[in-house]
Design a protein around this ligand. Structure first.
Ligand code: NAP
Length: 267
């Protein structure tokens, strides 16, 4: 049986397809460009072009599981729902949804998808990672490199930053598990850090002073918009980051359904 991996050229999806392949699990990679690392098979798949939704099922007749990464838009359920319905009609039995610690079931964007999957009665696992360690090499990279700062609205809040490797391992475990989890699971790193502490770590590693710049909310929204995100999506990210300041992410590690990865920021 085959697992179709949306976002399969991205951060978590890219690691996941390699893990599944190493486990001799049949994988089909989704990509708008249809380029996947050899020897993996891929198909053209674009959330904004529903005519591509049938491509995976033409390429592989035995898809029974899907790793689902929604497009980065504020209200993604109306875009994703027709594909979920179509996939179920084609025999897909289990969805592994790459969601977020900050989005509860029913919340906008991934929380709505979470709710839809539960209500649909299909087997599922909701992977809810906290903020990625890898963000310091992506979203924050140019701020760190060019301005010697990490901008955030997180104030003194702490996050158990998690590695894409640990998130992908959790998704892989949910896929290969003989029994579907049918639950949500938070995925966190083993150690809490404030953004000030991250800045100190980077100062030591890089040999130049890095500071945590405390943003006003409108500055944060402008920061996220620079990545081409729509204003409402950028505002949502600012609100999610502000939850760090309120202790939300720190409290996650005390939840009952937590998987703790191995990687720390020091690795
Ligand atoms: N960064 C964080 O701190 C954080 C924390 C918690 C949760 N999350 C969430 O975790 C999930 C997984 O994140 P990730 O970092 O693995 O994702 P990512 O790397 O940002 O995903 C990029 C992938 O999405 C695909 N993609 C982009 N637009 C597409 C479209 N229109 N149609 C089809 N595919 C499209 C890209 O494929 P192609 O370019 O090949 O088409 C690429 O493979 C996301 O929902 C993210 O919001 C992130």
């Amino acid at each position: 049986m085959t697992t179709f991996v949306t976002g399969g050229t991205g951060k978590t999806g890219g690691e996941l397809v390699q893990l599944l392949h190493k486990n001799n699990h049949s994988v089909l990679v989704a990509s708008r460009s249809s380029i996947a690392p050899s020897p993996l098979r891929s198909v053209v798949f674009d959330w904004f072009d529903p005519s591509t939704f049938e491509n995976p099922f033409k390429a592989a007749q035995d898809i029974d599981k899907i790793y689902l990464v929604a497009p980065p838009v504020f209200d993604s359920l109306p875009i994703v729902m027709p594909f979920i319905d179509y996939a179920i009609s084609k025999g897909v039995k289990r969805f592994i949804h790459g969601s977020s610690s900050a989005m509860d079931k029913g919340d906008i964007t991934d929380g709505k998808i979470h709710e839809y999957l539960v209500d649909s009665g299909v087997d599922y696992a909701i992977i809810r990672p906290t903020w990625f360690i890898d963000n310091f090499g992506t979203f924050y990279l140019s701020s760190i490199r060019d301005n010697n700062e990490i901008p955030s609205v997180a104030e003194d809040g702490r996050v158990a930053f998690v590695s894409v490797k640990d998130i992908s391992q959790a998704a892989c475990d949910a896929i290969v598990s003989p029994e579907s989890w049918n639950s949500e699971v938070f995925v966190v790193g083993p150690k809490l850090y404030s953004y000030d502490e991250v800045a100190n770590l980077l100062t030591n590693v890089l040999g130049k002073k890095i500071t945590h710049r405390r943003l006003m909310h409108e500055e944060s929204r402008a920061f996220w918009e620079k990545f081409g995100l729509a204003p409402n999506y950028a505002a949502m990210l600012t609100e999610m980051e502000a939850k760090i300041a309120d202790g939300y992410e720190e409290n996650i590690i005390r939840s009952s359904n937590v998987l703790t990865g191995k990687c720390t920021l020091e690795d």
